[in-house]
Design a protein around this ligand. Structure first.
Ligand SMILES: [Mn+2]
Length: 630
């Protein structure tokens, strides 16, 4: 029975009164007793395992009181709700044993064979090639050109090499994992396309030498239509004796996502773990990933990725001490990037066991519950080859109720190359098309910020050349996903958000020289002088925005402003960042009707005469002082 507010019959009100008083008394007693207990409770600092703390509990906006209090007061008042968690999360079929998995139970699939002392690259050390004959030298260069890393050096390192001592912080090495609820099993999926034999093998063996047999169901190698001979029968033969390793072939080159989906379709593990084909796994990398998913299957977790040197194959081991962790972000060209974890989140992290919330992920190395992967719509199958799928999945995971986390105790090495050795069958605009699909589905009105900075993307969008996205839009609706504005506010509040509707923007073309203002480098750097460069009409380095407050911004990653100097014009961090603030004279510009760009502080105008843009006394008849925003 329900009554509209304020309309409860009087008789019923009266009947409630006596029990109400009793109830209130009881509540008061409970509260007082509870508080007393909390204060009297002894402080235990025993080892905590399997954390279920969410370091960003009160995300973004609500960082206020509760968290301030939490950091000022000693930690006795709020503890991880272990008991409650066990009841909520477990719901076990069998009674749970309150014990931890022993080291013996977590034995890897394959024991690592002992290498002779001082073997090349042993303990993860760098391999120094001594003197090379001229034939060796030219082979090395050939291999480098083919793989964009020193495959010649890699061949000399055992596929079973060890990585020396476990140098993770002690709390990682000591972390234990509950027997119940059980850690989920996983299938490791490694996609490759013309990978070097040595790095592919080392990836596989490093998994088999580190992943507990109890947890690893299988390792699936998915070939995305390689053409190198040694990756054909020789590879099949090599892994035939190892039942756990299966090689799947995608006959036609369809790209990373469809190869991963092929792997996922035959995977039998509860969790899918994706790795690149040039990785090496560090001690205990798998268990913390699976433990996090065991607690909550909506967590999509990545290891901390460390570098394997592309020239010497030195493995950058974790340092052991607390270090500045990184998280994944993006800029308005929709390029993925790393940045140090902001202070706001660092405050919440008590130790290395705490996961790091990440607005985006690199997307190469991660674990996800198989059922959750399917629930979330796997990948956008109409994305081609490679690129942009990680940005799409990042937005999707967060907006549709999941979380992207980096688990610092899980460390995996990856060979970072400076460029890709692979061709793009349909040209590089494939990546742009993929990004447009992501923007169209997930970014709402914010997609225009991307399009203004990437004219190729704008063209694809306006010509509707990005294919059919109706299925993805339906998915967004079915999963009741939040909008992009929510994502920016709650997941990435540090993001710099440029003006949604700038009045004047584009390339700044000089009439006398027919060249454009250009940042002269990727993304632009503070303190760097601007240059003049032939106009390419693509946006990027030649994108500028004239704002209502009168500064001129290149703002793909962060706000950089055109800044007047004595002898040059350079980019500096914009000094104006909130309404009511004054723009300093060096960054103030007036766009005059006669096409001059005038700086009131110096009483000078921008000119393209000379090596690079500079300031001179204004002369409206000089075409080199006339600029057009286009
Ligand atoms: Mn890679």
């Amino acid at each position: 029975m329900s009554f509209p507010p304020g309309r409860m019959p009087r008789a019923r009100l009266l009947r409630l009164r006596a029990p109400c008083r009793l109830l209130m008394l009881a509540c008061f007693c409970c509260l007082a007793g509870g508080l007393l207990l909390l204060f009297l409770r002894p402080q235990t600092t025993g080892h905590v395992t399997q954390h279920s703390r969410d370091p960003w509990l009160g995300t973004a906006v609500g960082l206020s009181l509760m968290q301030t209090v939490r950091h000022v007061m000693p930690r006795f008042q709020i503890r991880a709700p272990h008991h409650k968690q066990a009841v909520l999360a477990a719901a076990p079929r069998e009674p749970c044993e309150p014990r931890f998995l022993s080291a013996r139970e977590l034995q890897p699939v394959l024991a690592r064979p002992r290498l002779e002392f001082g073997a090349p690259g042993a303990h993860g050390h760098a391999l120094r090639l001594g003197h090379l004959s001229s034939t060796e030298h030219s082979r090395m260069e050939q291999e480098f050109a083919r793989h964009c890393f020193n495959a010649f050096a890699s061949e000399r390192i055992s596929p079973h090499r060890d990585l020396g001592a476990d140098t993770r912080p002690p709390e990682c090495a000591e972390q234990r994992f509950q027997r119940c609820p059980a850690l989920p099993s996983t299938s490791v999926i490694v996609v490759f396309h013309n990978e070097a034999w040595s790095t592919l093998l080392r990836t596989v063996y490093s998994v088999l030498h580190t992943a507990p047999a109890l947890l690893l169901r299988e390792l699936l190698l998915v070939d995305d239509a390689s053409t190198h001979d040694e990756l054909m029968d020789k590879l099949d033969e090599h892994f035939k004796p190892l039942e756990m390793v299966k090689v799947l072939r995608q006959k036609e080159r369809k790209g990373l996502t469809s190869a991963r989906l092929l792997g996922a379709s035959v995977a039998t593990g509860e969790v899918l773990t994706f790795l690149d084909a040039h990785c090496e796994c560090f001690y205990g990398w798998l268990e913390p990933l699976l433990a996090r998913i065991a607690e909550n299957r909506t967590r999509v977790v990545s290891p901390e990725i460390v570098a394997i040197d592309p020239d010497t194959f030195e493995f950058s081991k974790p340092s052991g001490s607390a270090h500045e962790a990184s998280r994944g972000i993006f800029d308005w060209a929709l390029t993925f990037g790393w940045e140090p974890v902001p202070v706001r989140l660092r405050w919440h992290r008590r130790d290395q066991l705490d996961p790091i919330m990440s607005p985006t992920f690199a997307g190469g190395l991660f674990s996800i519950s198989k059922s959750y992967f399917e629930h979330l719509g796997t990948y956008d199958e109409q994305m081609e080859i490679w690129g942009g799928e990680n940005i799409e999945m990042s937005f999707r995971v967060w907006q549709c109720g999941g979380r992207l986390e980096i688990i610092p105790c899980s460390v995996v090495g990856h060979v970072f190359r400076t460029k890709s050795p692979h061709s793009f069958p349909a040209g590089p605009s494939v990546i742009t098309r993929n990004l447009v699909r992501a923007a169209e589905v997930w970014m709402d009105e914010y997609k225009s910020i991307f399009y203004r900075r990437n004219r190729e993307a704008a063209r694809i969008a306006s010509q509707k050349a990005f294919g059919d996205i109706s299925e993805r839009l339906k998915l967004r609706q079915q999963l009741s996903c939040k909008n992009f504005s929510w994502y920016l506010t709650h997941v990435y509040p540090e993001a710099y958000i440029p003006d949604l509707h700038p009045e004047i923007f584009g390339a700044v073309r000089n009439r006398g020289l027919d060249k454009c203002l250009d940042t002269g480098g990727e993304g632009g750097q503070a303190g760097k002088a601007l240059i003049l460069y032939p106009c390419h009409g693509l946006g990027g380095n030649q994108y500028f925005e004239y704002t209502v407050q009168g500064d001129m911004r290149h703002n793909v990653q962060w706000p950089l402003c055109v800044h007047a100097m004595l002898d040059a014009v350079c980019l500096e961090v914009c000094r104006h960042h909130s309404a009511g603030m004054l723009v300093p004279g060096e960054q103030r510009w007036t766009l005059r009707k006669n096409k001059l760009i005038y700086n009131p502080l110096t009483d000078l105008c921008l000119t393209a005469r000379g090596e690079s843009p500079s300031l001179v006394p204004c002369n409206p008849r000089d075409k080199h002082q006339q600029w057009i925003f286009a």
